[in-house]
Design a protein around this ligand. Sequence first.
Ligand code: HSE
Length: 438
Amino acid sequence: MKPIKVGLLGIGTVGSGVWTVLGRNREEISRRAGREIQIAMVADKDTERAKRITGGDVRVTADAYEVVRDPEIDIVIELIGGYTIAKDLVLAAIANGKNVVTANKALLATHGNEIFAAAQAKKVMVAFEAAVAGGIPIIKALREGLTANRIEWIAGIINGTSNFILSEMRDKGLDFGVVLKQAQELGYAESDPTFDIEGVDAGHKLTIMSAIAFGIPMQFERCYTEGISKLTRDDIRYAEQLGYRIKLLGITRRVPEGIELRVHPTLIPTRRLIANVEGVMNAVLVKGDAVGATMYYGAGAGSEPTASAVIADLVDITRLHTADPDHRVPHLAFQPDRIADTRVLPMEEVVTSYYLRMRVEDRPGVLADITRILADLSISIDAMVQKEPSEGEHQVDIIMLTHETREKQVNAAIVKIEALAVVAGKVTRIRLEELGKA
Ligand code: HSE
């Protein structure tokens, strides 16, 4: 059978990994796919570099539109990133009847509904395994492997940069800013690290997983995102002393009132496997009603790990593109006409536990004032620690862990506690998840 022809848009870190792995494993990949997968055209602004990587074996152009228009091309791989040009190119490829593979989580989380509708209408596939957790086949697991289950919740460490920063802060007792600089020097963090450290990248990935898990549209605009830039090494240390580790977690959960969709720093019991995922690694914990909890661990970024996911999509499309479009695996795991409009809950309606740290005057009655505020708002304390004041100091840190409570109640309590004259500065609030319940 003649090879399937692929056009590659962008031959940077991931694109060159795709080129290398396809070349190295050509024989095995074609034995699996049923025919050879051949990159026939590469578009990149830096055509010289593209020629160097491909060794002159393939057509190279600076104009990505040339690729999406070329009648020879069966599959377009979009590795350009961003929302604007990438979106136009993906829609143009679909309009021209091409199947698309993309690693672009930002694009799918914000414009996925439009893109999938266009693909559905043209009867082409849009595959995106590489968009979530790099090399970990989590899309495949959620969409196919766990298809018997009613998914209850997903909790993931899905941003390697922030996980690296948190691991280093804990291991070495360093401040956020110091570790961020190191991460930038090591090439883990971008020069503008906002998306990684403020939870936006994780929010994009979580939005995609939530859509597939619960059969809802992509709705990143409803995802709550809070990053790690305000975490202090004291909070990391206090959490450790209480038996918890702080991770930037993406959590999506089905509750009777709707769907939770949230990214924020989270205390997790240190004994949980996911709490021990360190450095740039990613992990996703999925709770299904039949299977129970399953966990997926691996490299969430990098040239060849991400290429592994891109090529898996190429093989899937190669196997399926001649199949009846109505019998393919649906983009969002559920049939397009069965996507639900279940509400995504605003953060104030979420119920979880909390770590609260406050700096207070060390004198009689202070604790009573604080606990009265909590009691009046029906917030139950699970554990409490008061730190020794430093020599000559009159203020101490108090750390409280609460039982589950609605976020709205905690917000109200924080406002009242901060208004007390005996409380200095702001109350630090970090959410806490046991991740062990049924
Ligand atoms: N920047 C991401 C991370 C990898 O740090 O995990 C690509 O999504």
